[in-house]
Design a binder for this molecule. Structure first.
Ligand code: DX5
Ligand code: ZN
Length: 223
């Protein structure tokens, strides 16, 4: 189980302090990159990744909500990203996976709520992480969409049947309750922005999400 606080909900004017405040419960830091085209919002890019890398050695999980991620993979790798997730909706997936591998990046494939999970099937044996979106990407603080649960269960079943070493990450509207629900379905990486950085005690909030996911995940393993 991994908890990945999404820095999108952190105070950008005090980003280093916000990161230091959750490190005790953050396995990964989730970095939401938006290009104003694939999604109707603009956020952060390689210079901010480089600044975080200078600040700490956290694992940086960069979620590229971009129409043309291929053009920026080198910049993210040299900025110090550990992994990137590209969206299946932008196409060219096989080439993007190869390019990430050649740059030594961990490889994730993200899928939007309205995209059938089968669109990812042919790539599941070649990626490290399937990133199942449980909100429409673009903004933090949205409500969890239950459609993600069936997708997670499908992917977990597929990975088990095919003996794949695949992590399943869920992103959007995750708090304690949704962490339990998605962990029981087979997710093992939990992104949360507002439910962590929007709370008075972010590290305790992240810890509560982890506990909830672990409890539900243990129940899943016993089934
Ligand atoms: C949405 C982003 C998410 C977002 C999650 O486009 O991909 O990572 O920051 O934020 P919360 O947890 O507030 O839904
Ligand atoms: Zn994200």
């Amino acid at each position: 189980m991994k908890v990945a606080p999404s820095i999108l909900s952190a105070d950008f004017a005090h980003l280093g302090a916000a990161i230091d405040g959750v490190r005790g419960e953050a396995d990964w830091l989730h970095v939401d990159v938006m290009d104003g085209h694939f999604v109707p919002n603009l956020t952060i890019g390689p210079p901010v990744v480089a600044a975080i890398r200078k600040h700490c050695d956290a694992y940086l999980d960069c979620h590229l909500m971009m129409t043309n991620p291929g053009q920026y993979l080198e910049a993210f790798a040299s900025a110090g990203a550990n992994s990137v997730s590209v969206h299946v909706e932008v196409g060219g997936t096989a080439d993007l996976i190869d390019k990430c591998r050649s740059l030594g990046l961990g490889v994730g494939l993200a899928v939007n709520p309205e995209t059938p999970i089968e669109a990812c099937e042919e790539f599941l044996g070649r990626i490290d992480v399937l990133l199942v979106m449980s909100v429409h990407p673009g903004f933090g603080g949205q409500k969890f969409m239950p459609v993600a649960v069936d997708k997670i269960a499908w992917a977990a079943g597929y990975a088990e049947r095919n003996s794949l070493d695949l992590s399943i990450e869920v992103d959007g509207g995750i708090d304690v309750e949704q962490a339990a629900l998605t962990s029981a379905a087979g997710a093992n990486i939990f992104v949360a922005g507002s439910a962590i950085f929007g709370r008075p005690d972010p590290v305790a909030a992240a810890g509560a999400i982890r506990k909830s996911a672990e409890l539900a995940g243990a129940g899943r393993e016993r089934r």
